[in-house]
Design a protein around this ligand. Structure first.
Ligand code: TRP
Ligand code: ZN
Length: 877
């Protein structure tokens, strides 16, 4: 069958399962190439299903070796088994036990879905539809069962055997073999099943929950790396405590285990009681991990732990409801990180990420609602829209109903839906009940795709002392959605006077500083305003929209200097910088006067903030990226023009601030104490390294000298890598030597070499394409490892604007070649790489044609996976 004829699955077609499975008894006998799986499923008809429907179980590349009902082998004419399904036309009328035996080859499983091997350990990944690669099953999230799992293996090969739930016992299992039996008392969908077997080291610690229960926490890693898991263990304990304090959620099993593996398609997985992690989100030491890595570990550990309540105890009815667990859990991990670190700094980071990844998705051919209503391949819907825009919706809900009512709604949700597979409608019903509000219009955030645009105009009547803001919202068409209804948009706002004093802003319709825009057009009128103020809109980024307001640079600089909202101070600097760059493109030269005004405001800002709040200052100092500028231009993009103009502005700002920044670097206390990844220390490093970047922009030779000194003296990976990243953009012998030296030093550290690959993938020079081809031959690189692919290929295609979008189209061709090679082995990662083509239509015509030709060439290949053909078709559509 040609893959492009794959049928869409539709939300509207949802039907309850015809059968249910009360208990699952698994006996899994691990073997490198012939693992036997014996599954005993206690089945019954679902009263809500279709009477007399046949039993159809899902499979994927399965080999059936035996089948029995209630202990009696089923004759061949009573069932139909194919690699991807098992049908029993006439199953018993009442409940029965189905025994299914399959045989698997985990060593040959390159898709990293189902049971596979990573560095010789056995592990599983079942979300979304991987369990069907282990045994025939009703592989859908609304079938909840209690699991008992016996895992058997050679003791030598796999001394550690882990499963979901609590450990029951271990036993001998014949010559050289042993087994462990695990029982999970909480009914769960099969996507939360997991097992691990291998030779692993462990760090562990008991945790006492809020009600006094003792939970044994364990993190398992490759032998010799236990020390590097200590930070992750600490982050886990902090997450558990935070969920108790903030949401009243307590952990529910006797053990909680995490296993780090090197080959993993995503970040991590929340399997009940047994999280499996990409080792990048577990392993850290000051010598090998950056501040950003530590932050990522803390975030992902928290995210997966929080799923225990938002995802596991309450799961999704079907995969259309994915944002029920993901958007909510991202919101929860964001709140955790904000409480642990600087809230403002964290919020700016979230928004930068949302705009860099989700806004382009919403503006391109892959745009889809936060709750999609159809899909061909569910793996392709683990998107930034479902995750990050999903989290923004929860945040808006909290803004609209207030923190206390939000918490009551959450309590209601846990109370009503614990142990069930729920929908977004059910989730929102808790908040309409808690708040007494009708949330039906708010629901549009889940159903309509596209980023709304809010246009604001202001008018001031000095004689009447009246100031007015007029709002207009509109949302551009997106695939399948030509027309949009108005959203409910919370606009958090305030007024600032030109001299910086805050104004007690009062207007009908403004409550606690929030105006709710829920029509296409609306206005706010402020009385008793004597001098024309500057509006500070969408404070803390109160809604995921594009705001357009006609404010001059001087007004933005007032906000940079005086706004009480740190997010909008950062936004003001970004807005002015972005306009400077875009006007440089349009005019072919830099507006000197505008540049001077900007530099002088930035100098004043740095004079106070660089020391007071260095993490925040580093963000304000960092110019919008080339991708940011390209996104704001939106169409007919010439990446080289973007690069040149940004470079001009960066150099000019660097020159203007050079003396101050050099002084800053001089006084920045060299970290004498032991390295700590906390927010304050990492903030100082961020500021220091942002200064290094500008110094290098203003004077490459001077910058190069600074970089080399820092590479030599750095006591941690953050400073070393920042210097390497900066010098990598200065062409010449020095950078080649430093890159080589770094590779030699870390030749046995794949996660560090990933950073080295990524830095080189970002170089904005014509030679980068060739460098990529060469690096693909480097011993550290492997198409079989998703981290390597993402570091080199992903970084290049997603973040190197000028070199991925070369005018000659050669980088598009390379990408298509890589995807073609990767697809048969790992379609999920291949499809993810292909999403780099999501913005091809925004390029100028020559590049557009090249990208289109490359995509069409890909679609002509035989035997493309459903994952890749789905993305390719939608990208061209
Ligand atoms: N549920 C996981 C998370 O967000 C996502 C995930 C991990 C996943 N591995 C996957 C999704 C493999 C699809 C396929 O925490
Ligand atoms: Zn998640």
């Amino acid at each position: 069958m040609r893959t492009d004829t794959a049928q869409s699955i539709r939300l509207a077609d949802y039907r309850p399962s015809d059968f249910l499975i009360d208990t699952v008894d698994l006996d899994i006998r691990l073997h490198p190439t012939q693992t036997r799986v014996i599954a005993k499923l206690a089945m019954k008809r679902n009263p809500a299903g279709t009477p007399d429907a046949p039993l159809v179980l899902d499979g994927d590349e399965l080999v059936l070796t035996s089948l029995a009902i209630d202990g009696r082998e089923l004759p061949a004419d009573r069932f139909i088994a194919t690699p991807d399904s098992l049908t029993i036309p006439n199953p018993p009328a009442t409940s029965f036990v189905l025994t299914v035996e399959t045989v698997l080859n985990p060593s040959a499983n390159t898709k990293l879905m189902g049971l596979y091997r990573s560095n010789s350990a056995y592990c599983t990944q079942c979300e979304a539809e991987g369990f069907r690669r282990i045994t025939y099953f009703l592989d859908r999230p609304d079938v909840l069962s209690v699991y008992t799992t016996r895992i058997e293996a050679y003791r030598e090969e796999a001394p550690v055997l882990l499963g979901n739930g609590n450990p029951l016992r271990t036993e001998e299992a014949g010559p050289g073999r042993h087994a462990a039996i695990w029982h999970d008392p909480f009914p769960k969908p099969c996507y939360l099943f997991a097992l691990v077997g291998g030779n692993l080291d462990r760090v562990s610690e008991p945790f006492v929950t809020m009600s006094g229960r003792v939970v044994e926490l364990g993190i398992y890693v490759e032998p010799g790396k236990a020390e590097r898991a200590v930070y992750a263990l600490d982050a886990l304990k902090r997450s558990m405590r935070w969920d108790e304090h903030t949401f009243g959620r307590e952990y529910d099993l006797d053990v909680f285990n995490i296993v780090a593996v090197s080959d993993f398609n995503m970040g991590a997985m929340e399997n009940k009681g047994l999280n499996v992690f990409n080792d990048k989100y577990v392993l850290a030491s000051p010598e090998t991990a950056t501040d950003a890595d530590y932050e990522g570990i803390e975030r992902v550990i928290a995210h997966e732990y929080f799923h225990n309540w938002t995802g596991n105890r309450i799961t999704c009815r079907d995969w259309f409801q994915l944002c029920l667990k993901e958007g909510l859990t991202v919101f929860r991990d964001q709140e955790f990180s904000s409480d642990e670190r600087s809230r403002a700094v964290h919020r700016i980071g979230e928004v930068k990420n949302l705009r860099a990844r989700q806004f382009p998705e919403d503006a391109g051919p892959l745009a889809h609602p936060v709750r999609p209503n159809q899909y061909k391949e569910i793996n392709n819907f683990y998107t930034t829209t479902v995750y990050e825009k999903g989290a923004e919706i929860i945040r808006m809900l909290k803004t609209l109903i207030g923190a206390d009512v939000f918490r009551r709604g959450m309590d209601l949700y846990f109370e009503r839906f614990d142990g069930t597979a729920a929908t977004i409608e059910q989730f929102l019903s808790c908040f309409s009940d808690a708040s007494g509000r009708d949330l039906s219009q708010f629901f549009l955030w889940y159903e309509q795709s596209g980023t709304p645009r809010v246009k604001v105009s202001q008018s001031f009547d000095a004689a009447k002392a009246r100031y007015r803001l007029d709002f207009k919202q509109s949302t551009p068409p997106t695939p399948g959605q030509p027309e949009k209804q108005p959203f409910v948009i919370p606009v958090s706002l305030g007024l600032v006077t030109a001299d910086g004093s805050a104004i007690e802003a009062q207007a009908d319709g403004l409550e606690n500083g929030v105006f709710v825009l829920d029509r296409a057009e609306a206005s706010l009128t402020f009385e008793n305003i004597r001098t024309c103020p500057v509006p500070s809109l969408f404070r803390d980024f109160s809604a995921p929209v594009n705001c357009a307001i006609d404010l001059d640079d001087a007004s933005h600089l007032v906000l940079l200097r005086h706004d009480t909202d740190p997010f909008n101070r950062w936004q003001a600097a970004q807005t002015v910088a972005s306009r400077l760059i875009r006007e440089t493109i349009a005019n072919g030269s830099l507006d000197k006067a505008a540049m001077d005004a900007f530099a002088s405001a930035m100098r004043d800002f740095m004079a106070t903030e660089a020391k007071a709040d260095p993490a925040f200052a580093a963000l304000v100092l960092t110019l919008p990226s080339e991708l940011d500028i390209a996104r704001e231009i939106g169409s007919d993009i010439d990446p080289d023009a973007v690069h040149d103009a940004r470079r001009l502005v960066r150099t000019a700002l660097g020159k203007a601030l050079q003396a101050d920044l050099l002084k800053l670097r001089d006084v920045a206390a060299p970290d004498d104490g032991p390295y700590s990844p906390d927010a304050a220390s990492s903030g100082r490093r961020a500021m220091n390294n942002a200064a290094l970047d500008f110094i290098t922009a203003s004077d490459p030779a001077l910058g190069e000298a600074h970089c080399r000194r820092q590479l030599l003296n750095a006591t941690n990976m953050t400073d070393r890598l920042a210097a390497l990243a900066t010098i990598a953009f200065v062409p010449g012998e020095a950078r080649e030597q430093e890159l080589q030296g770094f590779a030699d030093t870390y030749r046995d550290e794949p996660l560090v070499l990933d950073k080295w690959l990524a830095i080189q993938a970002l170089i904005p020079e014509a030679g980068t394409l060739e460098r990529i081809t060469e690096l693909m031959q480097h011993p550290t690189f492997s198409l079989a490892n998703p981290n390597r692919v993402r570091a080199l290929i992903g970084t290049f295609a997603m973040n190197n604007l000028t070199q991925f979008n070369r005018a000659d189209g050669k980088a598009y061709d390379l990408m298509i070649d890589v995807i073609t090679r990767l697809d048969p082995a790992n379609p999920q990662v291949a499809a993810r790489m292909l999403t780099a083509f999501g913005s091809w239509r925004t390029m100028e015509p020559q590049r557009r044609t090249k990208a289109q030709t490359a995509l069409e060439r890909l679609l002509r290949q035989e035997n493309l996976s459903r994952d890749v053909s789905d993305i390719a078709q939608r990208s061209l559509g």
